[in-house]
Ligand binder design. Structure first.
Ligand SMILES: Nc1ncnc2c1ncn2[C@@H]1O[C@H](COP(=O)(O)OP(=O)(O)OP(=O)(O)O)[C@@H](O)[C@H]1O
Length: 338
């Protein structure tokens, strides 16, 4: 237990979850979940609403006692250690800043509690604000900041305590799309730079993909697939997971093999079929709509199967009934087992 309250040079610790089960009444919200995360890595737990991911996060944070199983952080079994002694930090959707304190006061909160002098804390606050891209913002009040800036302050505050493990609950979902993309990329960079081990829960596959090295997909309290983000993204274990990861069409048999020879089931993202004059696949347009960065098509393939497709903006919008040629974008297609 020596490291629970002590400080170490390297902030990130390993995380191990061993056979954790949490029951509410009869049902298991978390059902025999085991996970391992190496120091400095970021794990996204991805799942639909009610799949148990927040409950799992609360167990790791020490806010929920498991009915069985263990939580081990940096080699210490913390299952019976209260939250404030686990050296974990939590960051929620809405940063929950103290409204009456300025940015520096918010970020310095944990530092002052650790007994740093005012001058030491001020220096560290400056560094942290630099890290999250808000240099010089010390004197601003939370109410005068944008949503994205507030999330950055919340992140700086969470990192101030040099947590061994940072726990994030849908950290980007309260932000609008453009801000989410920008802060997502920054957050990823900040976590990597600071060497922080982090676990985030989200129902947004883009958020998981942007932020995490590893992904665990949860359904009905269980982990149904786990691995490096790119691997899960490229090879979902079944149709339900594929759908959850943003694949919109599953082709079977002939229709699948026509696109990728030898494949019996093929999951396609909406952008997997792209209009191209030299494309080798023929299709009939059923409908077309302007999207923000592409034209979205609904098409019928040669086999009579319907699928999504995209076309470049700027090309004339194809009419329903029009015949088009499509090219497969292999990175947006994944063979499914079975
Ligand atoms: N305190 C509680 N008492 C009773 N049931 C609970 C409690 N907390 C969660 N549950 C139930 O446990 C299951 C998992 O809930 P949990 O909040 O972990 O899911 P989630 O995947 O985080 O969902 P969301 O994305 O909607 O937050 C749900 O069926 C929920 O109703």
């Amino acid at each position: 237990m020596s490291d629970v309250d002590g400080s170490s040079a390297r902030p990130g610790a390993s995380l191990q979850v061993d056979g954790v089960t949490v029951r509410f009444e009869r049902t298991a919200a978390v059902d025999d979940v085991s996970l391992q995360l190496e120091p400095g890595r970021v794990l996204a737990v991805l799942g639909p609403s009610g799949s148990g991911k927040s409950t799992l996060l609360r167990v790791v944070a020490g806010l929920q006692r498991p009915d069985s199983g263990r939580v081990i952080i940096g080699g210490d079994d913390v299952t019976d250690v209260p939250t404030h002694r686990r050296r974990v930090a939590l960051m929620f959707q809405d940063g929950q800043l103290f409204p009456h304190q300025d940015v520096a006061g918010n970020v310095a909160y944990a530092l002052r509690r650790q007994g740093l002098s005012r001058a030491e804390a001020a220096g560290r606050v400056g560094e942290l604000l630099e890290l999250v891209g808000l240099p010089g913002m010390e004197r601003r009040r939370p109410g005068t900041l944008s949503g994205g800036q507030q999330q950055r302050v919340a992140l700086a505050r969470a990192l101030a305590a040099r947590p061994r493990l940072l726990l994030l609950d849908e950290p980007l979902s309260a932000l609008d799309r453009a801000l989410r993309d920008r802060l997502g990329a920054d957050l990823r960079q900040i976590l990597t730079t600071s060497g922080t081990t982090a676990m985030l829960v989200t129902h947004d596959h883009d958020e998981a993909f942007t932020l995490a090295d590893r992904m665990a997909v949860m359904s009905d309290g269980r982990i149904v697939q786990e691995g490096p983000t790119a691997d899960v993204w490229r090879a979902p274990a079944d149709e339900q997971i594929a759908e959850f990861l943003g694949f919109s069409t599953v082709l079977e048999g002939e229709a699948a093999a026509r696109l990728v020879p030898g494949v019996a089931r093929l999951a396609l993202r909406p952008q997997a079929l792209r209009r191209a004059d030299d494309g080798e696949h023929r299709a009939t347009v059923l409908g077309a709509a302007l999207g923000a960065d592409v034209v979205r098509l609904r098409v019928r393939l040669a086999d009579g199967v319907e699928a999504d497709a995209v076309a470049e903006l700027g090309e004339p919008l194809p009419e329903p009934g029009e015949s088009v040629r499509l090219r497969l974008v292999p990175a947006a297609a994944a063979p499914l087992p079975g």
